[in-house]
Design a protein around this ligand. Structure first.
Ligand SMILES: Cc1cc2nc3c(=O)[nH]c(=O)nc-3n(C[C@H](O)[C@H](O)[C@H](O)COP(=O)(O)OP(=O)(O)OC[C@H]3O[C@@H](n4cnc5c(N)ncnc54)[C@H](O)[C@@H]3O)c2cc1C
Length: 532
């Protein structure tokens, strides 16, 4: 895109910041790097609207084909294998498996390209607990039967810090300089969260719990979905700037949306669903350098004989006896006759891929709207130097209060490697944008790397000298958007039902992009097809 640097920084980081950043006109050393991942081939092939003829000798038969090798598809494959069912194939479009939970390998450690943590599940989430057990992440159980995860897998202290007006502070809520009124509102907000944590419907169900399928459907709770989180905060008299920032950050971080764009129900879900009872801490995070890539690697090890990468599924055709799956393997078109298909790729792609979908329209696929993100991995030869001796030290999650980005996570943190080279993963949700996706794909590597370095330089002026390389991934359809009137509108319930012999499994079906939700739908789809 032909923009001046000032226009570029204004578009991503705001006019006052861009003005200040461009004032000196200084030229700085710029690292190498490239745009990685996310093939655009599928979009191109589908837009061409080609008719596909598979040569007679390019057909094979499988009982089940799984389309998509993200957490949902991998979970289905893992479950089928556990149940001694092997007559299936998993087809993944990209060269790498894992979808939005994929990771990279590097020195001194691996690093995430998307999902980077999983909160410790409650004991009731038995299938997820058994996955953690299988991966040897569990230490024991406490007196109440809650699982205790081995310390080396739980996010190490310091977990979070926030940068504000030149200094780093502990935690995410900006406590420093808070007025009495700020403190009162923060405590009132916590009280309201506690009330929802303790709330139960007539059948004893919680309002907010993971997976979302176990949440109460009582209107007292679900009616929160009809308004935005911003509106709910207004209605409850919350005006404190730092409280609103804290809630807005939560929405950007988990949903890629602003406060005004997010349903109040999912806003409260963020704060309540991982808290066992009022007064106790939210569940701790399981993480490792490559983030949720550790789960992808585990699943892949278990099912790799059934996985085919770089396979673009271009058409899924319901037939009299089952379903035919057509995919491009390199330039070659192949066909698979299947009894059933697990559709574990994003829901909005269904009308483009499933033949007859538009005529028969089993659900409103266009209601599954996604937002765009970009993620940058910065390879540093050394740690940024603290500017003040009393600055709160480098943490796992490092957030910039005055930036629309989410800051960065430190890949070496969990391994206790506190000196020397490291990798920082920088996250930028394009939530301010109506057309964030188009905008994102109009920018080149150099533009996005410039945004990332300029943003981080507000906290780390030495970032230009320390960074040897920046690689960037543009996620066009990163996450489903849980805007008001989506989660409890009935759209999801319709889409969860199988269509002919096609069973849907993507995390989109929860309306929230989380590991646990993809895992839940992967298991559900597996039991639908094998009846266990
Ligand atoms: C930047 C970012 C950060 C995140 N952070 C976290 C986090 O910290 N914790 C957390 O729990 N969640 C996080 N999430 C969400 C989490 O990654 C997802 O909820 C989960 O991994 C989704 O898994 P999935 O299998 O449902 O979908 P996806 O990850 O979308 O996988 C779908 C797969 O289908 C493939 N596919 C699509 N079309 C086709 C086709 N035609 N043929 C073949 N294959 C196809 C895709 O290539 C992809 O691999 C994050 C997401 C993003 C984008």
């Amino acid at each position: 895109m032909d923009l001046t640097r000032r226009e570029l920084l204004t578009a991503f980081l705001g006019a006052p910041f861009a003005f200040a950043a461009c004032r000196t006109g200084e030229t700085r050393a710029f690292p190498d790097g490239e745009i990685v991942g996310q093939s655009a081939t599928l979009g191109h092939v589908l837009r061409e609207n080609r008719s596909f003829e598979v040569p007679a000798d390019k057909w094979e038969s499988k009982k089940i084909a799984i389309i998509g090798g993200g957490i949902a598809g991998l979970t289905t494959a893992w479950k089928l294998k556990k149940d001694n069912f092997s007559d299936f194939v998993l087809l993944e479009l990209e060269k790498e498996i894992g979808g939005t939970s994929q990771s990279g390998r590097g020195e001194p450690v691996g690093y995430p390209w998307g999902a980077h943590y999983l909160p410790v599940p409650f004991r009731e989430n038995t299938e997820l607990v058994s996955l953690l057990d299988e991966m040897s992440l569990l230490e024991s159980r406490d007196a109440n039967g809650e699982i205790i995860v081995k310390e080396q897998f739980l996010c190490r202290e310091p977990e979070e810090r926030v940068f504000y007006k030149g200094r780093w502070y502990e935690g995410l809520y900006l406590g420093v300089g808070a007025s009495e009124e700020d403190k009162r509102q923060f405590s009132e907000f916590q009280k309201q969260v506690d009330q929802w944590v303790n709330w139960r419907d007539a059948s004893g169900k919680r309002a907010f719990v993971v997976p979302l399928a176990n949440c109460s459907t009582d209107a007292e709770a679900t009616s929160l979905d009809k308004i935005s989180f911003a509106e709910w905060l207004r209605q409850n008299g919350f005006t404190s700037e730092r409280l609103l920032w804290y809630c807005d950050y939560a929405c950007r971080d988990d949903y890629g949306l602003r406060l005004e764009q997010t349903s109040a129900w999912v806003g409260l879900f963020y704060f309540c669903s991982r808290v066992r009872k009022s007064g106790v801490e939210s569940q701790p995070f399981i993480t490792c350098p490559e983030g949720n890539g550790q789960f992808v690697s585990h699943f892949f090890e278990e099912v790799k004989d059934n996985v085919r990468k770089s396979q673009i599924v271009v058409s899924v055709v319901p037939t009299e006896t089952g379903v035919d799956v057509l995919c491009l393997d390199g330039g070659e078109l192949r066909g698979i006759h299947c009894e059933r298909v697990i559709f574990a790729s994003p829901m909005f792609t269904a009308p483009y891929i499933i033949r007859g979908f538009r005529e028969d329209t089993p659900f409103a696929a266009s209601e599954f709207q996604h937002n765009a993100w970009f993620v940058a991995n910065l390879f540093l030869k050394d740690r940024p130097k603290p500017r003040f001796a009393k600055d709160f030290p480098l943490a796992w999650d490092n957030v910039l209060y005055e930036s629309p980005s989410l800051g960065y996570v430190t890949a070496t943190h969990q391994k206790g490697i506190d000196y020397g080279p490291t990798i920082l993963t920088y996250y930028y949700p394009m939530c301010a944008e109506e057309n964030g996706r188009t905008k994102l794909f109009n920018y080149e590597w150099r533009d996005l790397a410039d945004v990332c370095l300029a943003d981080l330089a507000r906290a780390h002026p030495d970032i230009y000298d320390l960074t040897t390389r920046i690689d960037i991934m543009r996620w066009g359809h990163a996450m489903i958007s849980p805007r008001p009137n989506f989660i409890w509108s009935g759209i999801r319930e319709n889409a969860i039902k199988p269509y002919r012999n096609i069973h849907f499994a993507h995390t989109d079906l929860s309306g929230i992009a989380l590991f646990e939700e993809a895992f839940y739908h992967g298991l559900r789809a597996a039991s639908e097809v094998i009846g266990r």
